[in-house]
Design a protein around this ligand. Structure first.
Ligand code: NAD
Ligand code: TYD
Length: 354
């Protein structure tokens, strides 16, 4: 069995669904079900006997120890985190707690369990930590893309807390020999992404006739990767990655925010035209910039290609089309997640941002 923390969130759920579509090895999803965790993301495997679920906080050491004793996993895929930069600006405490203390607790529980293994089980055990390119800080337009040796320079409470967790993971390998792997990935998009992040927010607002808020002048650049490609990279790293190593994962696809939003509007104009015949582009609104907004992220994913033969399968065009089609076909999922807490976030954040 494998453990997947954060498996009810965006990337974790995609990972669990893809895993069970390709393997018979059972999965235990460990998730606290914060505002971002949603069992509806796993509805397709609700009756799948290979999938188990535990509503557990990764800071709860005793509960983690019980799960290890009961299920004896051969690997842990650690996705659980507070993940939204804007929320980390409004309230950094949860980010320090889950991303740093939670990862520390996960490492301690894994170390204790790994210490009970011997022989093949001990050699085969893996702890894969899922992290972000944001730990490397911000690039200027002419800088080369982030490599695995780019010095850490996190700028937001989110990226600083993820950087802290990466350092702990590294230290547990060097100090205790824990067989860890770390992936640092660029911005993901795709099905089941919570509509607080740029791409699903723009799709949901466009269809609801709301403004499409672009921070600053829309020239900030991100390197977009379809979530299924992130999941395939993680499977490769888990299967064949060298313990103690870091692998950057990226889409070779830099876009500024304004181009991303215009691309989405063009797709929506084609797939679900506005009743008045006008373009969704008319809803674009420029709002006050995010404090400390990183200018540019870009990932150099050549190590992953060279050593493990991984390349993304989707282009930006194919991935975005699939994503828009998924949101159009899953309006009920969007309505369900846009519940009370979501409304409060939108009102607080975008009121201060207008
Ligand atoms: P998400 O916010 O959609 O999901 C996070 C999940 O973790 C939720 O299901 C939530 O309930 C769970 N969780 C939060 N705190 C928890 C706790 N204390 N105990 C147990 N579960 C808890 O996030 P995501 O976008 O799916 O990101 C998953 C991972 O990938 C994160 O570690 C993130 O840093 C990393 N990452 C994300 C992106 C991206 O573009 N979204 C890019 C690179 C890396
Ligand atoms: P986001 O999806 O929050 O990811 P991250 O901050 O982790 O990169 O934002 C992606 C980009 O879109 C980022 O440059 C901020 C910008 N953005 C907007 O312009 N408007 C919005 O309403 C949001 C949520 C993000």
């Amino acid at each position: 069995m494998i453990f997947v923390t954060g498996g009810a969130g965006f990337i974790g759920a995609n990972f669990v669904l893809d895993w069970l579509a390709q393997h018979d090895e059972p999965v235990l999803t460990i998730d606290k079900l914060t505002y971002a965790g949603n069992l509806a993301n796993l509805a397709d495997i609700e009756h799948d006997r290979r999938h188990h679920f535990a509503k557990v906080d990764i800071c709860d050491r005793a509960a983690l120890d019980r799960l290890y004793a009961e299920h004896r996993p051969r690997a842990v895929l650690h996705f659980a985190a507070e993940s939204h930069v804007d929320r980390s600006i409004h309230g950094p405490g949860d980010f320090v707690q889950t991303n740093i203390v939670g990862t520390f607790t996960m490492l301690e529980a894994a170390r204790a369990y790994w210490g009970t293994l011997d022989g093949e089980a001990r050699d085969a055990f893996r702890f894969l930590h899922v992290s972000t390119d944001e730990v490397y800080g911000s690039l200027s337009p002419s800088d080369p893309a982030f490599t695995e040796t780019t010095p850490y320079a996190p700028n937001s409470p989110y990226s600083a807390s993820k950087a802290g967790s990466d350092h702990l993971v590294r230290a547990y390998h060097h100090t205790y020999g824990l067989p860890v792997l770390t992936t640092n990935c660029s911005n993901n998009y795709g099905p089941y992404q919570f509509p607080e992040k740029l791409i699903p927010l723009v799709i949901a607002n466009a269809l609801a006739g709301q403004p499409l808020p672009i921070y600053g002048d829309g020239s900030n650049v991100r390197d977009w990767l379809y979530v299924g490609d992130h999941c395939s990279a993680i499977r490769e790293v888990l299967a064949r990655g060298v313990t103690g190593e870091v692998y950057n994962v990226g889409g070779w696809n830099e876009q500024n925010n304004l181009s991303v939003v215009k691309h989405l509007c063009a797709l929506l104009d084609e797939l679900s035209p506005r009743a008045d015949g006008k373009s969704y582009g008319d809803q674009i609104t420029f709002v006050t910039d995010r404090p400390g907004h990183d200018r540019r992220y870009a990932i150099d994913a050549r190590k992953l290609e060279r050593e493990l033969g991984w390349r993304p399968a989707e282009t930006f065009e194919t991935g975005m089309r699939k994503t828009v089609q998924w949101y159009l076909a899953n309006g009920e999922w969007v309505r369900q997640v846009q519940s009370g807490e979501y409304q409060r976030w939108i009102e607080t954040h975008y009121r201060t941002n207008d």
